[in-house]
Design a protein around this ligand. Structure first.
Ligand code: ATP
Length: 234
């Protein structure tokens, strides 16, 4: 469904990605975990066309999209929900959600997806006319994900959706990610919270300084002593 092969990215001589390959099969949640600065965000940004790789390729649905613009990747169904709840603060909740669907023309489908987003995130329905900048952190994260869903993603790239959230919201966000998979969306999830991410994922990749150092079934990684010591806090 989604694959990257041997991706290399440099920033002014510093190699952020040193040849990353990974695959997400249809209907899977795959998580990419690793320490700060390992290159997880750069991997997602390159996948969605926001960074240009020196080498390597990106495939969606078996088609190479390495040279496709970020906008056309959105059209093709590859949707990136960036780190840090990037919503438009001066626009209302409703306007932010409308923007998620800006490349779609299927009015009935858009209306159905809006209903689905409001069912999944009732707090957004309650706050439709509120300015996004005045939402709490957790609510902004939900809005960012809701906006991503309005684009009707085939593949959703989620960058640290639980970052900075209170524990109650963290659980809620992970529950929602599982529900998104149930509706047929394939998910690549970058997380600091490796423990929670491994619990909901099918498979996982572990990154260290620009390389994949470990990969496998999420349940196996969760049970591995080495992974526990290095990434799960004992
Ligand atoms: P975190 O979990 O802290 O967000 P990460 O695994 O997502 O980390 P990246 O943000 O991908 O890591 O960063 C990988 C490396 O690339 C880091 O050393 C970072 O400083 C560097 N880097 C990322 N973006 C840029 C940029 N635009 N210019 C220069 N260096 C960059």
């Amino acid at each position: 469904m989604f694959e990257i092969r041997d991706l290399k990215v440099s920033f002014g001589g510093i190699q952020a990605l040193k040849g990353i390959s990974l695959e997400v099969r249809e209907g899977e949640i795959v998580t990419l975990i690793g320490a700060n600065g390992a290159g997880k965000t750069t991997t997602l940004r390159t996948a969605s066309g926001l960074e240009k790789p020196l080498e390597g390729s990106v495939f969606l649905d078996g088609k190479e999209i390495t040279k496709t613009s970020a906008r056309d990747r959105v059209k093709a169904g590859l949707i990136h929900v960036p780190e840090g709840r990037r919503v438009f603060p001066q626009l209302t909740v409703m306007e932010n959600l409308d923007l998620g669907a800006f490349q779609r023309r299927d009015r009935a489908g858009i209306a159905a997806d809006l209903k689905m987003v409001f069912e999944r995130f009732p707090v957004l329905a309650d706050r439709k006319t509120q300015l996004a900048g005045t939402l709490s952190g957790g609510e902004q994260q939900m809005l960012a994900m809701g906006r991503g869903l309005m684009a009707r993603p085939k593949v959703l790239l989620l960058d640290e959706p639980s970052m900075g959230l209170a524990p109650l919201f963290v659980q809620e966000i992970f529950d929602i990610i599982v529900k998104i998979r149930e509706t047929g969306t394939t998910i690549l999830l970058v997380e600091q919270n490796a423990n929670m991410a491994l619990r909901i994922a099918n498979r996982a990749y572990v990154m260290e300084t620009g390389k994949i150092v470990l990969s496998g079934e999420a349940s196996e990684l969760l049970a591995s002593e080495d992974v526990k010591h290095a990434y799960l806090g004992g």
